[in-house]
Design a protein around this ligand. Sequence first.
Ligand code: NAD
Ligand code: ZN
Length: 369
Amino acid sequence: QPRLVPVTLDRWQYDVTIGEDLLRHAAVLLSPVLPQKRVVVVTDSTVESLHLPHLLQGLAEGGIEARTIVVPPGEGSKTLAEYERVTGILLEMGVERGTTVIALGGGVVGDLAGFAAATTMRGLPFVQIPTTLLAQVDSSVGGKTGINTPFGKNLLGAFHQPLAVLADTATLATLPRREIRAGYAEIVKAGLIGDPTLFEWCEANGQAVLDGDADSQAEAVRRACAFKAAVVGDDEREERKSDGRALLNLGHTFGHALEAELGYDGRLLHGEAVSLGLRLAFVTSERMGLCDGADVARVTAHLERLGMPVHLRDLDQTFSAERLLAHMQRDKKMRDGRLSFVLVRGIGQAFTCRDVPDSLVREILLAEG
Ligand code: NAD
Ligand code: ZN
């Protein structure tokens, strides 16, 4: 029985459906929300060979006419050039306002296809079928779409909420273990921000998630999506909401700096940077007298036990603390000339803090490097 997470956002409502073998039942699951029985599936060439046939078969069984656009795999497809090519094909196909764009793939395909859907003819209906754990737990809630520019990541984009999200855990069976781990870091993050029972669940079930147990994976995706939906959703009181969204950056101020130094070419995945960043956020909190050393140890032990990188020295790379600090200062979350950090008072008790001294960050980076 699939699990459902209802999302209400920008007065828009949709369900994230989580379960096994949803691709084959795509027509049944999507027919109630599709304005027309015509769709265009955008995918990357890796996912095309692994999973597209199941989706096409599932759609055909319900009489849904599907055409396909394939992009190269990897972050390199989130460019203006690829966006121009994809939207050009959509227009050449003669899409109508009721033609739905389906993103079948990881966060790259979701962001690119979502941005193409958001902007083509001022907005085509959109469906997400995320095939990486990261995309299932993170990009399927929130409605952010976009591409990268030479000036930085995700700087051209739009909010475009989907009609539906299908998170099929069967697709995760072909995902490399390293990618599963990277997505798992975002699940742990959700627990550490504001759901201590989710973190406890991770301590008990994290290994099963990484080992490919379908039920544990579905439960992990459900819990992480439900957490994110509560943080960004409309039922949240407006004044808490802005802080709430910011909390989703726990571990990301350090993480983005590490990625800027090493990422985007496969040396360091986003989720690996987040794993390192989560621990550094806890270390910083402890050094500022905000949280217990026992919590730092507990978070470190959990990530380490599951084979996630937790120490900068694990990375086989040399770091310049100064360069990392410079990246952090350039980070878009910087306001009023100060770094805005997400810190913790304990597990599941994150808050934003502007009073982290540069000198402490430098000291921690030097000690860790
Ligand atoms: P990705 O889309 O590049 O996928 C990672 C790799 O896995 C790719 O090579 C892909 O071809 C392959 N792959 C995908 N599904 C597979 C499967 N089932 N089996 C085997 N291989 C598979 O990367 P990602 O980690 O999914 O997403 C990262 C992107 O997501 C970044 O660009 C990031 O900015 C974006 N993102 C967006 C949001 C949002 O809210 N919109 C949130 C988080 C991340
Ligand atoms: Zn992230």
